[in-house]
Design a binder for this molecule. Sequence first.
Ligand code: ZN
Length: 348
Amino acid sequence: MIPIFDGHNDMLQRLVAAGPDAARLWQQGDGTGHLDLARARAGGLVGGFFAIWVPSPAHPDEAAHLHQMENPPFALPLPPEITPEAALPPAFAQAATLHHLHRAGLLTIVTGAEDLRATIAAGGFAAVMHMEGAEAIRDEDALHLWHAMGLRSVGPVWSRPTRHGHGVPFAFPASPDLGGPLTPAGRALVAACNRLGIMLDLSHLNEAGFDDIARLSDAPLVASHSAVHALCPSSRNLTDRQLRQIADSGGLVGLNFASGFLRTDGRRLPLEDIGMMLRHLDHLLSILGEGGVAFGSDFDGALMPREVPDAAALPRLIAAMQDHGYGDALIRRIACENWLSVLERTWR
Ligand code: ZN
């Protein structure tokens, strides 16, 4: 089986909600969601990024928003900013749950590239602690504390305004060029992450913020879970100009499996044709080259394609890549090796 390393999942939400049953939920699953250790093993998944993410309060028009996302065009409003005081307790609970699974021996929180390779080689499950939207990072002291807790990847924003910058609102069709540049706090966060060797994740950033990080950061540019704007003009997808900037930095894009970011019509309905995932991979390869493309599933955070409904179905995507003519070496790079390489060049 081809080993797979994944750039993004939102399972920590489900694990925290499970309370004392978190370890059992991770080991065996509960018949819902997209990811657990049993389905990871069945699909060849050997590790991935676990996102710490603070949900926005439910919007009164949530049902209407879902209806709009199934019926583009749409342009949803950005949720309000979340203060560090409000973000810290849920972020802490998610980090604590990941450490609980680590202590129970059910996964390994990896903090270095050697550690990552050794965990995978030993047959363990490698978890990278990621923060999607840095609301819980009040200042550089807090960033150092999070680093000491194992944080090795930070997205300065989710799709929300923050003290660091501006996330893209969910919109289709739309350019990612919405909102202003990074704030002074956002620029300081980039410098501090560079100093600590924490990966900066460009997914969810607007174009002005993306350009700021491209100019300021000394690390390869990475978008952990994004797709191709030329094929699906969602505000969340990357334009060819952005893909070329990532390529120039020796960086990487993890293909997001979210149906609404893959379908040419942008509808938030299950993607019927797995071939569309190959079209996105082909396009990414044409600009980023064989070393710049990987996976960023968004398991437990998005609506999955019909043929890849969960982690256990990953071999179907691998088989589709084989049928499409990708050789074994290229598939192994996209599935795992490219992530290991970019992390080796980023962490220190
Ligand atoms: Zn996301």
